[in-house]
Design a protein around this ligand. Structure first.
Ligand code: ARG
Ligand code: ZN
Length: 465
């Protein structure tokens, strides 16, 4: 599946090398070595789907060493003579496909695997990768750190958006591919390893404790975590029977406590707006990692670089619907994550004594034309360095308030809930969101093309509010 789009991307040196390698193989079709995302052309492989990841890992904070076996249960979506996994750093000692030794080579962040015999389209196959080393974070186009981030005491802050999953496990690392996960981590006694979903077992064997986690709903690789620290753990159940597991660095416990106490109320309120909570567990991972300087909506259990304030808690919880359950298929659509999570903060604040959402929109609109807010369109960030800039967040929220004011509350909240429901556990793109808005807007649908053209795609500050 080497498309014209991919050939255009071959200007990227590593990718060009991969393509040359791919065409030399002969006998069958190699995987595409990309999911085709123009912002992150090295991410993913369009030739197979990973149904399930089983990660069995050991982490030693004193030496920052990870030793692991990853078992990927996949389905080929085309005939494959070889395929690629994303993996940055670390040393691979063996790769098996269906139990037989496979050839492998490494080029940049790609681990190319050539099975003993080619795979056929539709065939299920199991890839087992054994690897070890000291994981190293990657630096994103905006200069922020991403992936397995190690703190001074050896604890790990593991957050993979947009491309950091490959720093700790071999993956089809583009959000187009979503999978279930079993993640087990052995750590020295006294340390806790926290991941996504439910804690299935915790057992101490000699000097080590193994924490085994299961995420039962499809998850994009960037939302996986395996964060290790000397956490204080609390476990409880919401009134609705949802298990809540939170792990907090003791240095953040005093500030985090009263905010995390509100998590059940935030989930209940967001469920009333967006439909039932999509996952079978909840919680928080609160680290003392102030140098990271961001939080991430790791699936079912967001990770925070410090004790969150209530707005940040509301934001990361909203992402469980917008981003985690309904996932973008292209990084360009980041406003579908960040605009929606930010607008949820506006709604929370308006309900709790803050300014109305209309006032928030007007206050933003009053910002001068030179402000960062107007630096690029929320719906077209242009490159991966802009994903977490102001427009996808704040202008994204403005788009939703404009939509609400145009279609009215009833249609607007129905659009949000229908969006979350129709695309639950899958993907959604901007064209689909616009189509749904028009469908549910009734008599106001005719004005929506202009609204999105101006507020989502317009360059600079719109001429009028
Ligand atoms: N999605 C996160 C949020 O809740 C931000 C992630 C930032 N990632 C990064 N590499 N800077 O807004
Ligand atoms: Zn966000």
């Amino acid at each position: 599946m080497i498309t014209r789009r991919l050939l255009a991307l071959a200007a990227t040196p590593v990718l060009a090398a991969l393509l040359v390698g791919a065409t030399q193989g002969g006998g069958g079709t190699p995987g595409s070595a990309t999911a085709g995302d123009p912002y992150f052309p090295l991410s993913g492989d369009g030739g197979y789907h990973v149904v399930h990841y089983g990660l069995s890992m050991g982490y030693t904070p004193a030496t920052r060493t990870l030793a692991a076996t990853a078992t990927l249960s996949s389905t080929a979506t085309q005939d494959l003579s070889s395929f690629d996994l994303d993996l940055s750093g670390l040393t691979v000692s063996s790769v098996l496909v269906d139990g037989s030794r496979a050839q492998f080579s490494r080029t940049g962040v790609k681990l190319q695997v050539t099975p003993a015999r080619p795979l056929l389209a539709g065939e299920s196959f199991r890839t087992t990768v054994t690897y070890a080393g000291v994981p190293a974070k990657v630096t994103d186009p905006d200069g922020s750190a991403d992936g397995w981030i190690t703190e001074a005491d050896g604890s790990s802050f593991v957050a993979g958006e947009p491309q950091g999953a490959m720093t700790w496990f071999p993956c089809n690392g583009h959000p187009l591919d979503k999978s279930t996960y079993d993640i087990a981590v052995a750590v020295p006694n006294g340390w806790t390893a926290v991941s996504n979903g439910r804690l299935v077992s915790q057992r101490t064997e000699g000097a080590k404790t193994v924490f085994a986690w299961h995420e039962s709903r499809p998850m994009a690789a960037y939302l996986a975590t395996a964060s290790v620290a000397k956490f204080q753990v609390s476990q409880s159940w919401t009134a609705a029977g949802l298990p809540v597991y939170s792990a907090v660095d003791p240095r953040e416990a005093k500030a985090a406590g009263p905010v995390l106490d509100q998590l059940p109320a935030v989930i209940t309120w967001e469920s009333s707006l967006f439909g039932r909570y999509p996952f079978d567990s909840a919680g928080a991972i609160v680290e003392h990692a102030h140098d990271v300087d961001y939080a991430l909506e790791t699936q079912s259990r967001p990770i925070y670089d410090r004790a969150p304030d209530i707005d940040t808690l509301v934001h990361e919880t909203a992402h469980q619907w917008f981003g985690d359950s309904v996932t973008l298929g292209s990084w360009k659509d980041i406003w579908l994550n960040e605009g929606f999570a930010t607008y949820t903060e506006w709604l929370w604040d308006a309900k709790h004594g803050g300014p109305s959402t209309a006032k928030r929109l007007a206050a933003d609109y009053a910002l001068p034309a030179g402000d960062d807010l107007w630096s690029f369109p929320a719906g077209d960030p242009g490159n991966g360095g802009n994903l977490f800039g102001t427009p996808p967040y704040e202008r994204g929220a403005m788009v939703l308030e404009k939509l609400r004011e145009t279609v009215g509350d009833q249609a607007f909240f129905s659009i949000l809930k229908t969006w979350a429901t129709d695309h639950r556990y899958g993907h959604g793109d901007t064209a689909q969101f616009i189509a749904l808005s028009k469908k549910l807007a009734g008599k106001n649908s005719g004005t929506l093309d202009a609204l999105f053209a101006t507020w989502l795609y317009g360059k600079g500050k719109p001429a009028q509010l």
